[in-house]
Design a protein around this ligand. Sequence first.
Ligand code: PGA
Ligand code: ZN
Length: 436
Amino acid sequence: MTSPIQTLSAYEILDSRGYPTLRVVATLKDGHVGIASVPSGASTGRHEALELRDGDMSRYGGKGVLKAVSNVNDIIRGRLAGMAAAPQDAIDAALIALDGTENKTRLGANAILGVSMAVARAAAASSGAPLYRYLGGNSAARLPVPMMNVINGGRHAQNSLDFQEFMIVPHGAPDFAEALRYGAETFHALHDLLHKAGYSTAVGDEGGFAPNLKTIEEACELIVAAIRKAGLHPGDDVAIALDPAASSFAEDSRYVFAKSGNKILTRDELLALYDRLTITYPIVSIEDGFAEDDWDGFRLQTATCGNRIQIVGDDLYVTNPRFIQKGIESGATNAVLIKLNQIGTVTETVKAVQMCQDARWAYVISHRSGETEDTFIADFAVAMGGGQIKAGSLSRSERLAKYNRLLEIERELGSVAVYASPFLKHGAGRHGHSPT
Ligand code: PGA
Ligand code: ZN
């Protein structure tokens, strides 16, 4: 039997935006320790599990997490102390039962997830396995292709771009280390191009540049030019992925481009815009192209473009098996964004991934805009084996920490490590529509 949990303790730390979040320390009777820090979003889906904040305006503008901290120290510790640290589903079932609400509103999904991740880490340490192997078994050897958010807009930057994320995807690299180099060299090339064009090279929440570009097309043009300047081939070596995060600019079933001058698009016009963009630029994936309640928008896009690009639901599903089931039944997308803190336990997140696997859908393990130096998602992406991670740009150490952890895992796996593009079947490769 895995060693029992001796104690749990939580405390308030700060995330990459300077806002409070939790760190949880799980100590086992055998002396092994697991430590985890909880991420936090800015463009959150309406149905996400509850992130418990104090609302005490005398501290951190109400964003303190001392209630969640005391829920770990006073309530969860009492229930979990003495329980075996594995299996993880028993730990998570105890947490879910102790909370007893649909959306983890009593204890807070941040308190619950911090414990869930810390216990997983402690159990992995106790078993002598690295976290990716503890969670993914001996066959876990696939390094994820990163989606790197090099131009930030929407709620992640104070600039003129309504789309939240323009990402580069170095899917044609031979291994993860080279993929990281492709990404970083493209990022640096983009820096020089922006600088030369007189744009700001300051960065947004996820480490991408946040220039006041005039149009979405200009962002895509600059990325293609940066890929070329880095000596790489757009489409084949490095493709583009978008996360418009359309819930953030949806108003009464229309889409209002308020940051770039108030153009208003209908669902059909937005669909046509995506169509044009994917034909003109080497785009392999679009996430949250429509608002979280616009299921018809997603369905239409998947029906018309799902055979050539990946259509990802993030706010649409909030990593919740209930919504993912609805998406699978209705053919709303062909992929799911997976965020541990949207649902609140490791086990429920694994279940969401398994639903994707059963439906032969793709899935992308993702960070949040508010991150910490915790690298749990790097191990988790390898453990889940889906071959995709979204972990931010090539600057800001909370983003690089994930990539650096993946380098470490790739070295540790040695010759059994696999790096393979999930996109060739979507037509982005040599047979696809790479621009000339
Ligand atoms: P968030 O955004 O972490 O600010 O919610 C990330 C995303 O929309 O993918
Ligand atoms: Zn998103």
